[in-house]
Write a protein that binds this ligand. Structure first.
Ligand code: ADP
Ligand code: MG
Ligand code: ZN
Length: 501
């Protein structure tokens, strides 16, 4: 098969995502008071409503409606003053009512958008002609969101044993209704994404947004956030959509990217050989790095959708929407911009910190302890903290101050952070106890520099002949001469000054 980059020169990919997110931070299910927890003994958090007993009546969870409205506001959707719950009928044991309660043509949230900033290697996937790129090759892709609707999750099924001719070769199918009735929001994008990287970025941004709203733990691995990827291709320059295939339940950002990449290349090969792309559901096999057919779509599914007579049309008052608006916290993009503007952070560091609310809280706590070392704190938070398990914001602040004063090197900072991880120790104390503090006394360092320069005449000559890299060697000599107590950054500066004289 051809490589993605090559395929995308002749073909344009058209991608739309359907993203399901469980509202895991709520306490109760969508239409009953059962506890929301998947970890309990199977079938312990159930009642007549979520088991679909005849006559049981649903009562919508107000907090779930607040969550979806906040999700809609954060993704620039129009919140519908009136929307409806529908019944979507199907027969399968994971939903004992024999219908899923979901929404019809009008959902709580309609017609939103998220703007993606695509840069670096990923931006190369999109050929320049279709989009305006800046000098670095970065571009902004506005992605429209068709809708976000409210629905309920089905029960979890496990197929066990090894019987022949049974589902998945299993002899028994077990059902856990604890998950049944979990509030679920489904977001559907317009087919506006054009590369696997854009799809990955969209999911990442959506996850950051929902995490910041606090409406879900958004775990792709654990399945609280699940994504279906729809993709088709068309000849560059044409406008008609091709036939799409759909990949279900992709459980990592990487899989989403790789599955779409594979599928685009596969479709191109089929079409270039004169074949037909069938509208089908395919399954991504990460270990084999390919998609395989799950089922072919022959007719439109008939779910006999109609408004649920047990649930009245849903009217949202302006006051309710306003109260949800007030509860939307500062979103990742705004946070990133604030970090850049008020703290002078690098944009990449700022977006990495702003993208994860827990990291952002940690950073903001740390800078209260050492307001003068903000940029260094950002650097430490982005580059060193992820490898630790239990360092505190106060420890990071203290360490960053040392680093900002050039009292320790970055390598030493890494070492000190490992030492204090999981303890109450102050990095300053550890540095002093271990004699790691480096001399920033320029007079003392300058003397060492003179001594080394006088000794290393060969290297000095090489430098003057244009081999600037020998500075590294000379810094090493200075470090040795000072028995590691000098600051290498300062040695480097002093050496260059002297050599350029
Ligand atoms: P279906 O009825 O098969 O579920 P929908 O029209 O509901 O299809 O669209 C589902 C998703 O597929 C949406 O995200 C939409 O943007 C995307 N989509 C629709 N048509 C195409 C296409 N031709 N190529 C790629 N994605 C598409
Ligand atoms: Mg669909
Ligand atoms: Zn229940």
């Amino acid at each position: 098969m051809k490589k993605l980059q090559e395929v995308l020169r002749d073909w344009e990919a058209v991608i739309g995502l359907e993203v399901h997110t469980e509202l895991t931070t709520l306490e109760t299910k969508m239409f009953c008071d059962c506890k929301l927890s998947h970890d309990d003994e199977p079938n312990t958090n159930v009642c007549p409503v979520c088991l679909g007993m005849p006559g049981a009546l649903p009562v919508p969870n107000k907090k779930a409606i607040e969550s979806i409205v906040m999700a809609g506001l954060a993704t620039n959707c129009e919140i519908q003053p009136r929307s409806y719950f529908y019944r979507k009928h199907y027969f399968y044991p994971d939903m004992s009512k024999n219908y899923q309660t979901t929404q019809g043509p009008v959902a709580f949230c309609m017609h939103g958008h998220l703007d993606l900033e695509v840069s670096g290697q990923g931006a190369k996937e999109r050929p320049d002609s279709t989009v305006e790129k800046d000098a670095q090759g970065s571009y902004v892709a506005p992605i429209r969101i068709l809708r976000i609707h409210m629905e309920e999750d089905a029960a979890k099924m496990v197929h066990v044993g090894g019987g022949e001719g049974r589902i998945g070769g299993a002899s028994e199918s077990l059902i856990d209704y604890n998950r049944c009735g979990t509030p679920l929001i489904e977001l559907v994008t317009e087919p506006d994404l054009r590369t696997p990287e854009e799809a990955r970025l969209f999911m990442e941004k959506l996850r950051q947004t929902f995490l910041t709203l606090g409406i879900s733990d958004c775990s792709l691995e654990a399945g609280s956030m699940r994504c279906d990827g729809n993709v088709s291709i068309r000849r560059r320059g044409t406008t008609e959509f091709g036939t799409k295939t759909e990949m279900k339940n992709i459980n990592s950002f990487k899989s989403l990217h790789d599955a779409l990449e594979y599928e685009i290349c596969r479709q191109a090969e089929v079409l270039e050989e004169g074949g037909i792309v069938y509208q089908e559901t395919r399954h991504w096999e990460p270990s084999k790095r390919r998609t395989v057919v799950m089922r072919v779509k022959e007719t439109a599914d008939d779910y006999r959708m109609y408004p649920d007579p047990d649930l009245a049309p849903f009217d949202l008052s302006d006051e309710f929407v306003q109260s949800c608006r007030e509860r939307v916290p500062e979103l990742p993009d705004a946070k990133r911009d604030r970090y850049v503007q008020t703290h002078g952070l690098k944009r990449t560091d700022a977006s990495q910190i702003a993208g994860d609310p827990a990291v952002a809280r940690f950073f903001e706590e740390a800078i209260t302890y050492a307001p003068k070392a903000v940029q260094t704190i950002a650097n430490v938070v982005v580059n060193l903290v992820p490898a630790t398990t239990a360092v505190t914001a106060a420890q990071v602040a203290s360490l960053s101050s040392l680093l900002a004063e050039d009292a320790i090197t970055f390598a030493q900072a890494r070492e000190v952070l490992e030492l204090v991880d999981g303890t109450n120790d102050d990095p300053q104390k550890v540095v002093d106890e271990r004699g790691m503090r480096q001399s920033t006394d320029t007079n003392a360092l300058a003397a060492t520099v003179e001594e080394v320069l006088a000794r290393c005449t060969d290297q000095v000559r090489q430098y003057k002949e244009g081999n600037k890299k020998v500075v590294g060697f000379l810094v090493g000599q200075c470090m040795k001469a000072s028995r590691g107590t000098g600051n290498p950054k300062l040695f480097n500066q002093l050496l260059r000054q002297r050599l350029e004289e």
